[in-house]
Design a protein around this ligand. Structure first.
Ligand code: FE2
Length: 291
């Protein structure tokens, strides 16, 4: 296993490893070590099947289920982030599957709308747009952003929480999406998480904020809360904290949702096929502040 760093503060490319051969006793400990150190691992030229990706993900925690009806799934634990429908075609731009992808273009951390969010996500490139650089994914390092917070901004964020609401996208980002059925809503009611959170495995802090399932910081009046949210997102996603990944077929990316934000960059969604296979493992506890 050979590790080539991709950015001064995080992200690394891992070569000379076949993920289908990794087991608990062979390779997974080295991967955990690299994952903790770099936060984002890029494994090029992988050939994992859906089952193989589930098996690999399972080495790092409890598989996360995607019970929500609106997600395109191979099974309850495999979520296709894709503009290709079940019959293999690209739906029209106003189709619910396409509208639903809009949130992925906003900075976020996966499943933050859950009481216990995703610890790690695994995303494999199965089909990619032809146009160069479109559909790239950007990642931002929230350890580096936290460490660089101006004292004044850190003081204003200290002790603050954000409401993460699965329904937010329907209301504020893409109102053309139909309402979420009550039964689905009941599975993921709004939750609050600290904006400055502790990362127990690294004994560091990160900024835990998202733009896809919320748009304000709690405990302030709404205008102030929205302003502080925007200011924080703008600060923590400055180019110096960001690595931009240009995908190749067979890339599998594994990242730490406790530490990184990410977003996909726009691509010709109504003409160019893009299919990514996502699996995730849950964290073991809700985000904490250090006691
Ligand atoms: Fe995501």
């Amino acid at each position: 296993m050979k590790i080539d760093p991709l950015h001064p503060s995080f992200a690394a490319c891992v070569l000379d490893i076949d993920l289908s051969m990794v087991t608990k006793s062979s390779g997974s400990q080295e991967i955990i070590q690299a994952f903790e150190q770099y936060g984002l691992l890029v494994f090029p030229n992988q050939s994992l099947t859906s089952e193989g990706q589930l098996r690999f993900a399972k080495l790092f925690g409890e598989l996360e289920s995607f019970p929500e009806a609106t997600m395109q799934k191979d099974s309850e634990k495999v979520y296709n982030v894709s503009n290709i429908d079940a019959s293999g075609n690209i739906p029209t731009v106003d189709d619910i599957q396409i509208l639903n992808l809009k949130g992925t273009q906003l900075w976020h951390t996966d499943s933050s709308y859950r009481h216990i969010p995703a610890l790690a996500s695994f995303l494999m490139a199965l089909e990619l747009p032809d146009s160069p650089e479109s559909g790239d994914t950007e990642f931002a390092d929230m350890f580096a952003a936290y460490d660089s917070l101006p004292d004044e901004l850190r003081t204003r964020l200290k002790g603050r929480h954000m409401v993460h609401n699965y329904e937010y996208e329907r209301i504020y980002v893409e109102p053309r999406l139909p309402p979420i059925p009550a039964s689905e809503k009941a599975l993921v009611p709004p939750v609050t998480h600290p904006v400055l959170r502790y990362h127990p495995d690294r004994d560091r802090h990160s900024v835990y904020i998202t733009a896809n399932v919320g748009g304000e910081i709690g405990g302030l009046n709404q205008d102030e809360g929205k302003k502080l949210h925007k200011e924080t997102i703008n600060f923590v996603t400055q180019p110096r904290f960001v690595y931009r990944h240009q995908w190749s077929l067979g890339d599998l990316l594994m990242w730490d949702n406790r530490r990184l934000l990410h977003r996909v960059l726009p691509y010709p969604i109504d003409t160019q096929r893009r299919k990514m296979r996502r699996t995730s493992v849950s964290d073991v506890a809700p985000p904490q502040i250090k006691l």
